[in-house]
Design a protein around this ligand. Structure first.
Ligand code: DC
Length: 226
């Protein structure tokens, strides 16, 4: 029997294992994968590179439509380009990380990026795992399955400092909390759990356990839809 394309939304704050989980689930189930945080980082990188004042939402809004952002959705090799330039590395710098919340709070930026996300999600023939902050609430409210990942601030900071190769855990924790507070309190589609999302607390789970949990939930949905 032909399998219908399944759309999975995975939201949650930083350091909950969203990216690793989403990529692995997509690869295991033969689905596409979209990292929406990378898109917001890419537009932030363009703003910084073009000398746009990050503290001026009007200036950001005026040029939000300019950069062409293209995401490759193969979970084994996700890519991101801005006007044809590969920015996978530059979007992970401390400078972009510290500015992305301000840029992504601008409604014109969100409208632009949300359009890109919807068009990628609806054109993924085998289905897609989309990870972010507002996927279940705003971008894809009709997703087949919505997951909201959480973890204690200590666990999230420890994971992030591991990724950043031994960065100071206390400083990482403070930066994470600041960014989450900004992402959760902004007016335009804040970080939030959708009412119909399944919440998974990953504090005491290994990555393998989180992946298995989400794969099982997707398979249950698919079986129920047959
Ligand atoms: O997942 P990440 O840390 O790479 O995301 C970077 C930033 O992008 C995050 O601090 C908030 C923003 N973001 C957003 O506003 N909406 C999304 N769907 C994904 C990310």
């Amino acid at each position: 029997m032909e399998r219908a394309a399944v759309i999975v939304a995975i939201d949650g704050p930083s350091g909950t294992g969203k990216s690793s989980t989403s990529k692995a689930v997509a690869a295991q189930l033969g689905l596409s994968y979209l990292d929406t945080g990378a898109q917001y980082r890419a537009i932030t990188w363009w703003m910084v590179n073009n000398g746009i004042d990050i503290d001026d939402p009007t200036a950001i809004a005026a040029v939000a439509g300019k950069p062409e952002i293209v995401s490759g959705t193969d979970p084994g090799h996700p890519t991101i380009t801005v006007d044809g330039t590969d920015v996978a590395g530059p979007i992970r710098t401390q400078e972009v990380t510290s500015k992305v919340s301000a840029v992504s709070a601008v409604p014109e930026v969100r409208t632009r990026i949300t359009e890109l996300q919807r068009s990628l999600a609806t054109s993924a023939e085998q289905g897609i795992v989309v990870e972010g902050r507002d996927i279940g609430t705003t971008v894809l409210p009709d997703a087949d399955l919505k997951i909201f990942l959480t973890a204690s601030p200590e666990a999230r900071a420890a994971r992030r400092s591991g990724e950043l190769k031994g960065a100071d855990v206390h400083a990482t924790r403070a930066a994470l909390i600041k960014r989450d507070a900004a992402d959760s309190s902004r007016k335009a589609s804040p970080l939030a759990k959708a009412d119909d999302a399944v919440e998974v607390d990953t504090t005491d789970l290994t990555l393998a356990q989180v992946i298995e949990c989400v794969v099982t939930l997707v398979e249950e949905k698919r079986a129920a839809a047959k």
